[in-house]
Design a protein around this ligand. Sequence first.
Ligand code: NAP
Length: 338
Amino acid sequence: MANAKRAFITGISGQDGSYLSELLLDKGYEVAGFVRRNAALDFGNANEIKDEVKIYYGDLHSPESIALALLDFKPDEIYNMASLSSPLGSFKDKVGTIIVTGIGALHVFERAKQIVPQARIYQASTSEMFGAPKQVPQNEDTPFAPANPYAAAKEFAHRMAVIARHDKQQPQFISCGILFNHESPRRGLNFVTRKITAAVACIKNGKREGIPLNEIGELIVQNGKLKLGDLEAKRDWGYAADYVELMWKMLQADQADDFVAATGETHTVGEFAKEAFAVVGLNSEDYVEVDQHFVPPVQTGPLCGDASKAKRVLDWEPKTKFKDLVKIMVHADLAKFS
Ligand code: NAP
């Protein structure tokens, strides 16, 4: 399409990358995605749109692969969504997390500066950077105190983005979305919300084969039970499809800035499980077991976001309520694990 804007998305096969691609395609963008080459040529969540987007193989480990894609596609907007995104998993791969999630983001900023200096960049920052905050709710001015390697890597990338934004000689338009947890049927099964909704579906459907594995390689449901970590951990959960709209709005603004995206409502993991089992008429207490393997060595939270700046400046607010989010996820998994 002549004069269509061009968006380049790292991590297009992830939850957010796929929703964002769909949004941008709807808006008439030409979209390209950066994916790691894998033997199965599986584009994950982007499988359904793989014929509508241009795929570049690469890895955030490799600045050269980023450069080659940018040179060829010449995007107007870059959304850096790629990361090793599990806070719990990051304790087991600290170096890999820092290299991909932290240094990888810097490679994207640096290559963009050389090759497409006018491109606007979205950096996927995270509420995990707040650690165990004293201030509730958290906003753009709340101090960072990461409590896991993932959050430390994200804080590094966030700070490098702000430094590049304020560079007097060659400022870059890099906006950071400090997003609180956002979920969907496309969330990885190594995240607690999706693990719960998949388990609810397997239990309700009486599934015996094809039960998915959890993050330590065990069946999500064993002997009719679902193992979870800290049931009291409090998070602010929104719907991913709502949050990608804010990412796009951030890059249409007059100037680069940081924005929190959140619902302002906090629920415990136990409450999420209770709500999810209730969708199918079951009582979570009959099915959930606490297992220390799923409790992180250092706790984060309680996390509760104040997204009033996004509302005031960009006229954005989340549409989907907690109970509706849980229903969307449970119903999708009932169909998937039937
Ligand atoms: P996700 O589903 O885990 O997707 C991460 C993506 O990064 C996947 O496409 C993955 O590709 C890709 N990736 C991983 N390592 C890579 C590497 N070395 N080189 C290139 N690509 C690589 O994450 P998400 O939930 O969509 O989140 C999107 C971004 O927002 C992430 O940066 C995440 O940390 C951040 N974030 C998410 C949340 C949330 O609640 N979802 C909140 C705040 C911030 P493969 O498919 O090949 O693994």
